[in-house]
Structures are given as C-alpha cells and as structure tokens.
Design a protein around this ligand. Sequence first.
Ligand code: ADP
Length: 480
Amino acid sequence: MGGRVLSVASECVPLVKTGGLADVVGALPAALGAVGWDMRVLIPAYRDLAAQAKSWPVVFEEPDLWGGKGRVLAGEVAGVSLLLLDAPHLYDREGGPYSSNKGEHPDNAIRFAALSWVAARIAREGLVAREGLAGWKPDVLHAHDWQAGFAPAYLAYHGNGGVKSVLTIHNIAFQGWAPAQMLGVLRLPGHAFHSEALEYFGGISSLKAGLVTADRITTVSPSYAAELMRPEFGMGLQGVIAARGAVVTGILNGVDTGVWDPGAEDPPFGARAVAGKAVARARLFEEFALEVPGPLAIVVSRLTDQKGIDLLPAVVPDLVAGGGGLIVLGSGDPAMEGAMRALAARFPGRVAVKIGYDEALSHRLFAGADAVLVPSRFEPCGLTQMYGLRYGTLPVVSLVGGLADTVIGVSPATLATNAANGVTFHPVDAMALRQALAKLLDLYRQPKLWAKVRANAMTHPVGWETSAAAYAGLYDGLIA
Ligand code: ADP
C-alpha cells in the first residue's frame, strides 16, 4: 500500500548520535522507502545542525514555542529527508543533545515537548506548500522514545487531523519525567491527569503519555516486548504496557549492512573467503601488543551496569587461563573504566583496553576478533551482537531482549540443524558467563565446528529488509 510517515526523534545518524536510537532513526527512511513509504525525519536543530542548515527552505513555522519562535527547515543529508526544528532558545546550546558539561539541561521537558508539539502540528496540518514538498502531510506519525512521547498525546488531546500514531520504545530506562505543576505549561489537559492517563508517580512522564495515547506501540525486539510487561524489565511502566498489550509488537532492528560490511574492510572478507579476517586479527595483535593463542574476544560498549560490564573481572582470568584474550573499547562508569584498566594491567599481552568512543577502531575490532561479549542485564535490541554475526565474530550473549531473538546458542541440536551462530547464557551472572566462555574456548579447539558456526553467523540475515517489511505492515494496517 504505502504512504507518508513523519518520524520524530532526538537523534539521527549521521547528524547526531548518542546510542542505538540514532542508528534506527537514520536507517528506517531508506529501508521503508524501498517498500513504498515516504518517511521524513524531524529532529531538533542542535547548534552544529542549525549552522549546516542555514540555507535550507522554511517549510513550517510555530510562533509560540515556549519563549521563542520555531521554524522547520527541510533538507537532505546522506539520503535522509530531514526536517530540522530550528528554535535557538531551546537547541542552540553547548554540549550534546541532552546535557552540557554542567549536567542535564534543566529545561529538557520543554525542549522535547516543543519537538513533539511541532511534530503533532505538522501531522495535523501538513507542511506549508513548497516546491517539491507541496502540502506534504503524513498518514502516520512515528514517535521514538520519551523525547517524542508527547507527540501522540498532543494528537490525542488537541486533534489528530486523521493521522495515526506509533510510539517505539528503544529503551524504557529513560521516561522523561516532569513535575505535576507543569501539566498546563506542557499544554496537557487537566482532565487527563489521572493514573489511567497522564499521571505517573505524582508527576508526568512523556513516555507514559505516549504509551497511553499512541494507536500502536512497538519496541525493538519481540522478546523485549514481552519482557516489558514484567516488573523486572518494565521499570514502573509494566502495567501501562500490559494494559495496552493488544497493540504492542516487537520489531527487531536491522543493521546498516552498507556500513557494517566485511567486504568493505581492509582487507575485505566474507562468509566464503575468511582469510582477510586472520590478517585483521594479526594487525590487532600488533596494534595492542597482544599474543593470544586462543580466541580473541572484544567488548564494544557503554561501560554500564545495564551492559553487565561488572561481570568481566570475575571471568576474564578464566578466559585468559583457557588461552583467550580480550580487547575492551568503551567508556562510561568511572569505576568500570578503572576495573577494565586493572584487567589490562594484570594480563599484559592478553587483555587491552581503550577508553573512549572510536567507530574506526570498532570496525577493526569486529573484523579481527573471534568473539564479541554482550553480557547485558537487559537489551532492547542490541546492535553489536549483529555486527558480530555479520563479521563472523561469534556473539556470546545473555538471553535477554533482542540478544535472545538474534543469537542461537551452540548445542548438539542447533549444531545438527546448522542454526547455531553464537553462545548464549542465562541467568546474567558471573557463573553463567564463565560457563559460556568455557563453551567458546571448547568450540575454538574444534576448528571445523568453529568454521561451521562462523559460517552460520555470517549468513544470518541482519539487514533492515525484514524490519522494514514489518513496519510497513504495521503502517498499512493502521491506515487501512
Ligand atoms: P546502546 O544503544 O544501549 O548503547 P546498542 O548495542 O543498541 O546499545 O548500540 C550501541 C552502538 O554504539 C553500537 O553501534 C556500538 O557499536 C556503538 N558503540 C558503543 N560504544 C562504542 C565505543 N566506545 N566506540 C565505538 N562505538 C561504540
């Protein structure tokens, strides 16, 4: 069928990224374009973006955007049709999208309410007629995470102009809280301030507002969709999500197979010609002064409790004793950064650590390593296990969320059916992770089996095609 979608978010690659959300928002337009959906992405014009978009045409105006005017500028970057909300009083700031070196911006509730407000108005009214965009009006508004959570609510409470709404939860940990006194300021109706609608622990949560008002709710894997209805994962919103269970679906993210392409690495390799991987591995040994007889594992991650990084100090000694090695690339919790440095100091030649964010290095790591460890306590979808699959860098993952939906752990049955593509473990504790690493070491000692599992991994589909078809089906169902 097909139609038009306005996608609303706070981040979009390649312009602004702090996490996996940006990758998804940036990848969906091309993937959906291929199946007949014209998607435009509305994000705030943060300082650098406003400078880039100076000459772009104005396609929408909002005179009253919480203390200043807002203008929407239309343009295209890296094939993505963008709508940038230019409102200097809200977005022309030092630092990242949410914070500066002084901490979180104190007016984040308003900053993202403004984004949601303009999104709802564009959805309801359409863009101002312009060359090429003449009266562009979406059939569906697709809001992402708490930053866009008020957009479906504004449609619900201020009129939707026939537009349907979808809210996608990328990470339930961030819920966008504001005190109850802000209800009027946020342009939300007093009659909806009760526990079945906007009220959340005495205040207002923009994510909850979206959850109770959107026509459909999605999250980024089927397992996470089911987990979110349970108290261990729902972070207070499990009841709200369970109550809307009939409209909740999980659609697994894909990865950008143009960016994550072993055939484009130096040297190139692929499922049928893996020789290049050994060269990349040898180069890593040189770069990090390592000498690892067994499997070389990597971690590329935010160093946080969510990611289970605190489990590593207890298991790395066993990995090393079994002949393995580890390179950690990441940053985050200072205590975890320190623990990673301590591991590298304790196991010179076997463990190396690079604190920081480095995309180029992450490519070299996936190309050259044998395994990627993802011991997350919760993982809505997860991207690094999919990079691992594509690069034949076997994922060793906890059985939660999207990890459980993408990695099929080795077992006699999965080996016999050529399904095994990694190693899985549960529960998320050091003992289970240690056993998983023992399995990995054991597999590595059987080169034929290892090659088979690696081939299964490299041929496992991780592109956007399947997800795009699922989103298109969801939109089609909404407007039918
Ligand atoms: P999350 O969004 O929870 O951090 P995901 O696995 O969904 O986790 O996405 C994380 C993204 O950020 C991946 O693309 C990963 O490769 C990348 N990434 C995380 N830390 C680093 C780092 N230190 N250097 C380079 N890339 C990183």
